[in-house]
Ligand binder design. Structure first.
Ligand SMILES: NC(=O)c1ccc[n+]([C@@H]2O[C@H](COP(=O)([O-])OP(=O)(O)OC[C@H]3O[C@@H](n4cnc5c(N)ncnc54)[C@H](OP(=O)(O)O)[C@@H]3O)[C@@H](O)[C@H]2O)c1
Length: 268
């Protein structure tokens, strides 16, 4: 890539994306300029050989594309500061709930790509939903899609679904870790070794999700294939159904989407 890429915020998500991009060789370290408000993070980045800017404005002035990886609550203050820069790059915002129009209310009609990735970006296995403002030309949009493709899969969606998508990919890792943790804890309580439990549970999830992706079978049929009549799986599944597991998941997703919408209501 010939473009210069900047990061504002190199916390959990920013560092996951950075790690994925550099490992995939899409950008060399020299083509990336970083800034994080946290001094310890800045020092660690320097130790790793990254270029670190003195402030947010330096990143904005020097870069063609700037990834905004800071908390939604802090965005308005940062945007106000960088909106003063004469050169306005293409902004890539990953802030949950923050709309393109929110950014443009502060920075003017800048080019914005809104994306929702997830932390498996760290190992180049992210799932990213992406959309763009009408100011972004196709070539630049392809460049940004390449950035996210270098760290996993990318799916383009309409902006009005960007809040609804959050439980499905942005937040999904946390829900899945919580789910797997419950199974591992049960196994460990039954005196099965932690590492054995972890490896078997994780591979069961990898294998099962790959079955969904690679066979033509509907999910209901895949469930039925595991459940022999009066068998072990069915006994457990009946407990999940009795407790209305799907309704609980639906409520968790609603809460996640509602929180994204609340963040979107923050005053610019
Ligand atoms: N975490 C996820 O799984 C996930 C998934 C999808 C999208 N996102 C989105 O990604 C964004 C970042 O989330 P995160 O979890 O990575 O948060 P985080 O770990 O708190 O990272 C944000 C970093 O930005 C720094 N920062 C604050 N103000 C700054 C400024 N003016 N300039 C440069 N850096 C600044 C923070 O420093 P201080 O700590 O000193 O304030 C912190 O190091 C959020 O908008 C979130 O909605 C996160």
């Amino acid at each position: 890539m010939r473009t210069r890429l900047g990061f504002l915020g190199v916390g959990k998500m920013g560092s996951s994306i950075l790690n994925g991009i550099v490992n995939s060789n899409l950008y060399q370290k020299e083509a990336i300029l970083l800034y994080d408000a946290n001094e310890t993070i800045r020092e660690k980045l320097k130790e790793k050989g990254y270029r670190v800017a003195k402030d947010e404005k330096e990143v904005v002035c020097e870069c063609d594309y700037v990834l905004l990886a800071i908390k939604p609550q802090m965005l308005s203050e940062v945007l106000t500061k960088i909106s003063e820069c004469q050169h306005q790059p293409l902004y890539i915002s990953i802030a949950a709930g923050i709309s393109i129009s929110y950014l443009q209310r502060i920075c003017g009609k800048v080019k914005v790509v809104r994306a929702m990735p997830n932390t498996p970006a760290f190992i180049s296995q992210a799932a990213t939903a992406i959309t763009k403002s009408k100011e972004v030309d196709e070539e630049s949009f392809e460049d940004v899609k390449k950035i996210f493709s270098s760290i996993g899969i990318v799916r383009e969606i309409a902006e009005n679904f960007m809040d609804e998508i959050v439980p499905l990919n942005g937040s999904m890792p946390a829900y899945l870790y919580y789910f797997v943790q419950a199974f591992i804890e049960h196994a460990v309580k039954n005196n099965i070794d932690y590492e054995v439990s972890r490896d078997l549970a994780c591979q069961a999830i990898i294998g099962s999700t790959n079955m969904i992706l690679t066979t033509d079978k509907p999910i209901d049929q895949l469930i039925n294939d595991v459940c022999s009549p009066k068998g072990t799986t069915l006994a457990g599944l009946e407990v999940l159904k009795k407790r209305d597991f799907q309704k609980i998941i639906g409520e968790a997703c609603d809460a996640c989407v509602n929180r994204a919408k609340e963040l979107g209501q923050l005053k610019p």
